[in-house]
Design a protein around this ligand. Structure first.
Ligand SMILES: Nc1ncnc2c1ncn2[C@@H]1O[C@H](COP(=O)(O)OP(=O)(O)OP(=O)(O)O)[C@@H](O)[C@H]1O
Ligand SMILES: C[C@@](O)(CCO)CC(=O)[O-]
Ligand SMILES: [Mg+2]
Length: 389
């Protein structure tokens, strides 16, 4: 049996980091995906191992099923429960031992946390069943666009689609969506994977990757919004690599050093995200004046949020360069995702001429950055049972 899943990346319009500490954040899916293909081995394959293929990295890993059984003697080849367990200290040790033997090249060592999340989700759902699981992604990894969450959501979706916990139409052609209850399950499992990669995720990234659209998220509860206001964002990748786990830990340390001041920062971010939620939920309008007024408010909220992100210590010299460059064209920008490098959003107002957009992009790209646009607020994770020839 072969199944494919794809899960989108995301942009955070407001509230990253503060959301980890209970503030509201607003995020939207983007039309860049991580794809996974899962194929269980058949007796004729004569394959008694679990294979992981990371196509973009040119990496392939394999674990004999006996080796997995040795680390997880309690696991079975059939899924035991629909509810995701959290990775215990014992299981984390077993996973570390399975990852240690892989000899991941030093330059690609960041991949180890993704491999660990893979092993945890796979063995928790399908035990030691032999299979080949391949990934490819349109998202730049570790750049603030939710590559880790889309990796976990796509994987959880493909794994659960092959269990009795989720019923899908195996004969339907092309991509199909999950029902709400099934999405809840996929999202819960993906969150466990994100915990392995991030340490302390808020859950916003996996939620927006699972459900799609635009969501306003606070302490695990969310309001789903359709994109009433058509937002056009330029995404600039500074190409400075960073790691969400370390950045989230850095903000928590600052919180411990300055609890009162940071509580005000988080509270200000909460107000910004709530105001943004109201703007995005307000009825769509064809009237140019009201569209422009909305965009001006959104631009100002983005600038205020960026200032607060700076005070959390998660900006970066390259992010500041993007901010300065876009400000020359009177355009508002903010970092998106964990910051520390990665991607920056710039609001492109409806009335902005294509000529100006081209000039901004040219100037940003002359600094060595990479610019692109993406569609915002599309579908979440989907599944496909078509067997490719
Ligand atoms: N396609 C993939 N294959 C393997 N591992 C992946 C893949 N995508 C993401 N990962 C794992 O996720 C890590 C990047 O996650 P991280 O949370 O730091 O960045 P991000 O998710 O891209 O950005 P943000 O969390 O700010 O949105 C990678 O180092 C790797 O371990
Ligand atoms: C930095 C953070 O707020 C967003 C990363 O995309 C972390 C999280 O919410 O899990
Ligand atoms: Mg991430």
């Amino acid at each position: 049996m072969e199944v494919k899943a794809r899960a989108p990346g995301k942009i955070i319009l407001s509230g990253e980091h503060a959301v980890v500490h209970g503030s509201t954040a607003v995020a939207a899916s983007i039309n860049l995906y991580t794809y996974v293909t899962l194929r269980f081995s058949t007796p004729s394959d004569d394959q008694d191992s679990l294979k992981l293929v990371l196509k973009d990295e040119g990496l392939e890993f394999s674990w004999p099923t006996n080796r997995i059984k040795q680390e997880f003697p309690e696991s079975s080849a059939e899924p035991q429960s629909p509810a995701p367990p959290s990775c215990s200290v014992e299981s984390a040790k077993s996973i570390a031992s399975l990852v240690e033997g892989l000899n991941i090249p030093e330059a690609k060592i960041a991949i180890a946390s993704g491999v660990s999340a893979f092993l945890w989700l796979y063995t928790s759902i399908h035990g030691f069943k032999p299979a080949t699981v391949s990934f490819t992604s349109e998202l730049p990894m570790g750049s603030g666009l939710g590559s880790s969450a889309s990796f976990c959501v796509a994987l959880a979706a493909a794994l659960l689609a092959c269990t009795d916990f989720v019923s899908l139409d195996l004969k339907q052609q092309g991509w199909q969506s999950f029902q709400e209850k099934q999405l809840d399950l996929v999202n819960k499992w993906a969150f466990e994977g994100e915990k392995i990669i991030h340490g302390k995720p808020s859950g916003i990234d996996n939620s927006v990757s699972a459900y799609g659209n635009i969501i306003s998220f606070k302490s695990g509860s969310m309001t789903h919004m359709k994109a009433n206001t058509l937002l056009k964002m330029l995404i600039t990748n500074t190409k400075v690599g960073r790691n969400t786990k370390a950045l989230v830990a850095g903000v928590s340390e600052r919180m411990l050093r300055h609890p009162d001041a940071m509580a005000f920062v988080f509270s200000a971010v909460d107000s910004i995200s709530q105001e943004l939620t109201l703007i995005l939920q307000s009825p769509a309008s064809d009237d140019v004046l009201s569209v422009t007024q909305k965009e001006e408010k959104i631009a100002e909220l983005m600038e205020m949020n960026q200032g607060l992100l700076q005070s959390m210590g998660v900006s970066h010299v390259t992010i500041e360069t993007v901010l300065r460059t876009t400000l020359k064209y009177k355009l508002a920008s903010k970092l998106t995702g964990a910051g520390g490098g990665g991607c920056v959003l710039t609001l492109l107002p409806t009335l902005l001429s294509g000529f100006v957009v081209e000039k901004v992009i040219a100037e940003l790209e002359s600094c060595g950055f990479q610019c692109f646009t993406a569609e915002i607020g599309g579908k979440g994770v989907e599944i496909n049972f078509e067997v490719s020839s």
